[in-house]
Design a protein around this ligand. Sequence first.
Ligand code: SF4
Ligand code: SF4
Ligand code: SF4
Length: 485
Amino acid sequence: MATAERILTEPVPQEIEKKPWRFDVFAHLPWLKGLVRMRSFQFLVILPNLFLFYLFLIAGFFGTPIGNRNIIIVFVWILWWFVLIAVMMPFGSRLWCTMCPLPFFGDWLQRRSVVGVRSGKSPGTLNKFFGLQKRWPKRLSNIWLQNFGFLFLATFSALLVTRPLVSAIVFGVLILLAAGMALVYRLRTFCNYICPISGFLSLYAMTSTVELRSADKEVCLKCTTKSCIRGSDKGWACPWNVYMGKLDRNNYCGLCFECVKSCPNDNISLYLRPFSTSDVALRGYDEVWKACIMLMLAFSYSIVLLGPWGWLKDWANISEKHNWGGFGMFAAGQALLALVIFPALFYLSIRLGKWYARADDVSTKELFLKYAYMLVPMGLLAWIAFSVPLIMVNGSYIVSVASDPLGWGMNLLGTAEFPWKPLWPQWVPFAQVPILLAGLYFGLRGLHKVGSQLFKDPTQLFRSMIPPAVLLLGVTVLFLKLFIG
Ligand code: SF4
Ligand code: SF4
Ligand code: SF4
């Protein structure tokens, strides 16, 4: 699989040799290592989510069609989204993938086991898997499908986040697709290349303050079993086809901890690290476009929801207005902004930076790929800033819906009548502004870090950074204008 092939074939970049501060969590909390090594660990963390997921599906199909009274809308699009983007992404990498119920049935069909592990032989692994075990086509082994899938779903977000039935259908389709693909293709092909959530999880996991890595790369070099990627009688082959011996970014590690179970040399640990410092290399245009799409979607949502243009709100709100012509214009404009206009502006800033720095020995492509990292922390923090009012203004729905999940008039916890009460709405901009400015800071710091790897001359470095930094500053100012008016 290309994500793994990227890791297996590329040399270990220099930056991992001089890593900043890291704290070995497993060394200090051996009980945690014991916990993730339990064969039942992942099943036990998925199980509650599996129950919740089925409750959501039942609520979506049979509960009230009023979005803010239905658990699938309130728990998924307010609670889960906020926890995912504001807590799990920055502080837990792909921790959501550890507990995600979507691929559960696919894994089960492939392994014919929920907890146990089966040694044997299947293509590329030392485990016995079931199904056709085909390879995913090489030309699709990237995150372009995830980019387009997410953009498509985001375009219909007004339907998705207000209509319980639409959300239930989308999640139902995703779970069936994940199971169907597991029967045909090897390992977690669905997670690697199709899951629309996976693309932005992989991108923003780069900033996270945790990483799972091999403790000593020399041990991996000498290791003859490579059980982390091939599997053993202790653990399944890495479902993401990641080789721990060369893993240097969080992007494509789904934190399932199978490798921790299977490594015969006890050479894998969980580390804490500073935010947005270690994984700073985007490795393909697919990843750069993901960064552009995510930042521009945050921008587009902010314009629609916070901007003064009522007609734009009406165009985007296909759920209530049914103005398909206007919606088509909105969808085309949003796609153009995310796929063409912003990437073109970024490209222009790179050309200008290269010209101003007289950087003839660095290719435009290299500069374009490397400097795109600045969009990653900026994008994540812009999404967090955008999501703050979601939880502060609409968070009280969580309390009422928890007591009446299907909107049928139940009162399980006695809080069904809890009134809609925004939490300090006047303080929302005071939370958003520092978050956004932190995005600018980490974006510029990332720019400087990747630039320092390319340019030794400080003047050349400074000049190369100016145009992309101005672009980032411009984006920040526009966001600030939308957030604080
Ligand atoms: S990639 Fe998608 S489907 Fe797979 S575990 Fe992560 S969120 Fe779930
Ligand atoms: S099994 Fe362990 S020691 Fe061997 S390559 Fe994988 S992480 Fe390294
Ligand atoms: S097996 Fe290890 S490297 Fe592979 S996804 Fe799971 S935790 Fe990550």
